[in-house]
Write a protein that binds this ligand. Structure first.
Ligand code: MSP
Length: 507
């Protein structure tokens, strides 16, 4: 039986159009999902939208439409964006999906009946845009620690989840399972800032707005955002029914989340799962933000651009490659169009694109497109061959640690090596010597073979470009398992291959 891998992105708020920051998480999840599939895993990759709450209710009101009408437009655009970016999700969940609504109600009721949810009164400091209650100590200079805006004092009847009951179990989880939160710095932050000071029970219903899932046995309450949102990861698999899909894919192997929602995924979510007596996700990875001009991306700051504009200007793989390569995964990083252009020109155009076109052109020019494996190699060749064939193991290690930028760096090191190999072997000089035909063929063969292996690996990250390379090399065996099946003869197309990447002009 195949090994399984269940990976998720957060479900995004469709309160406004998606920006490059949403693309960032989703591209990374996609690359990991593709990598695992190519590696023989049975992958379930889920993304979706988190559609309830006061913010969306208000936005819809401003526009004079229903909340559902409001989010439908944004979600259609989001799905089109994911299509443009080549996001290979297996399931897109919407928290307004009927099945989700029913299952959330069942989960809420189950927790209530078993005493993990109880009714009381809430008085708290509430940040409307973030839909978060905060304690006095969590505020930064009296304001919301996430967005820096004013909070308001709110009192209302509400249902509570007994988060405090899980304090000890969570401490144990952190202690016994160091892999659970990555990177480690985020784990320390959760322990020191939230768990150790003592967990308070959590307000899980609201009466002050209507746009939410009603509590089935008390419908003046709607279920407040986190129980509705977090459970998306299991309702999609059928829970509370223990379907074959649920048995197969749960627990999730990896929840990818931005750093601002690590708290919800590593404290509230495991506590809910503990209450439901379900296994916990194997890992929550809290990554950094893409930042523009030192700040978060937002429409109100005027630094928002529809990511589809970048895709049509520079190509889908330029956007994907930049997101995966530029920033060490976990850290914050700067996004700018200049940086995107520089990165595309330097790596995709100069290192990869030129290498592929040059090599295919030489294969066509010197050998009419038919290049045999002569199986004769000198030290220079062996060095390249060795670096090429140890790549897969190297990348496996990096991917397991989610060092995605380093995985790409390693692939590009080999591509760079190929370019150097051309400089060192000077095929154009060999081509002038009738007695050097075998040597020349060996050189071209080795280049083609390294390009083949790199393209197979690159498929996970920049699939459109990899597919073009496969066309150019005329190869069809492109799974990871095919890496070690040496091609005996490359039969290249006879027309001149187009450059994979045009150099982008920097103005
Ligand atoms: N709906 C909640 C998540 C619920 S998950 C059960 C939410 N939604 S959100 O629309 O605000 O999206 C948050 C996620 O989008 C972040 O966690 C992050 O993964 C991604 N990003 C949004 N802006 C981002 C950047 N500027 N940079 C990187 N990622 C960003 O929170």
């Amino acid at each position: 039986m195949n090994k399984k891998f269940y990976i998720t992105t957060p479900i995004y708020y469709p309160s406004a159009e998606f920006h490059i920051g949403h693309c960032y998480t989703t591209i990374i999840a996609d690359a990991i999902a593709r990598y695992k599939r190519l590696d023989g895993y049975d992958v379930f990759f889920q993304t979706g939208t988190d559609e309830h709450g006061l913010k969306i209710e208000n936005k819809a009101k401003e526009k004079g439409v229903t909340p559902k009408e409001y989010v439908d437009v944004i979600i259609e655009n989001a799905k089109d964006l994911w299509k443009n970016l080549g996001i290979s999700y297996d399931f897109f969940i919407r928290t307004t999906d009927d099945f989700h609504v029913k299952k959330v109600q069942e989960i809420f009721k189950k927790l209530y009946l078993q005493g993990d949810i109880y009714k009381s009164e809430y008085q708290g400091l509430y940040c409307v845009p973030c839909e978060s209650f905060w304690t006095e100590t969590q505020l930064v200079e009296g304001k919301c620690p996430d967005c820096g805006r004013e909070v308001e004092l709110v009192t209302e009847e509400a249902y509570f989840f007994k988060l405090s009951k899980y304090q000890k179990k969570l401490e144990e989880l952190y202690e016994t399972n160091p892999e659970f939160i990555q990177p480690v710095s985020r784990k320390n932050e959760m322990l020191n800032n939230f768990i150790k000071p003592g967990l308070e029970d959590l307000c899980v219903s609201r009466t002050s707005f209507k746009w939410g899932i009603p509590v089935s046995f008390d419908d003046k309450h709607v279920i407040y955002v986190w129980i509705d949102a977090l459970t998306n990861y299991i309702t999609s698999l059928g829970y509370p029914i223990l379907t074959p899909e649920f048995e197969k894919y749960w627990p999730a192997d990896l929840h990818l989340v931005g750093k601002e929602i690590v708290r919800f995924h590593t404290i509230i979510w495991p506590a809910i799962l503990m209450a439901l007596n379900l296994p916990l996700p194997k890992q929550v990875f809290g990554h950094g933000w893409l930042i523009i001009d030192g700040g978060k991306i937002s429409k109100s700051k005027g630094n928002y651009k529809d990511p589809r504009e970048y895709i049509s200007a520079y190509g889908v793989d330029a956007v994907r490659y930049f997101s995966l390569r530029e920033v060490p995964f976990g850290n914050d990083g700067n996004f700018s169009e200049e940086a995107l252009i520089t990165r595309t020109n330097a790596d995709l155009c100069n290192i990869l694109g030129n290498l592929v076109s040059r090599t295919i052109q030489m294969g066509i020019k010197y050998f009419e497109g038919k290049v045999f494996n002569k199986n004769i190699a000198d030290d220079l060749d062996n060095d390249l061959i060795e670096s090429t064939y140890k790549l897969k193991n190297q990348i496996d290690e990096k991917m397991n640690e989610l060092k995605i930028n380093e995985a790409l760096e390693d692939i590009f090191d080999v591509l760079r090596k190929c370019n150097k190999y051309i400089d060192d072997t000077t095929p154009w000089v060999l081509a002038k010597d009738e007695n050097a035909r075998d040597r020349l063929e060996t050189v071209i063969y080795n280049l083609l073979d390294s390009i083949r292996v790199c393209a197979i690996l690159l498929q996970a990250y920049i699939p459109t470009t990899a597919a073009k390379i496969f066309d150019g090399l005329k190869i069809t065996e492109t799974s990871f398992a095919a890496i070690n099946n040496k091609v005996e003869t490359y039969e290249l197309g006879l027309e001149k291959p187009a450059n994979l990447f045009e150099r982008i002009k920097e103005d």
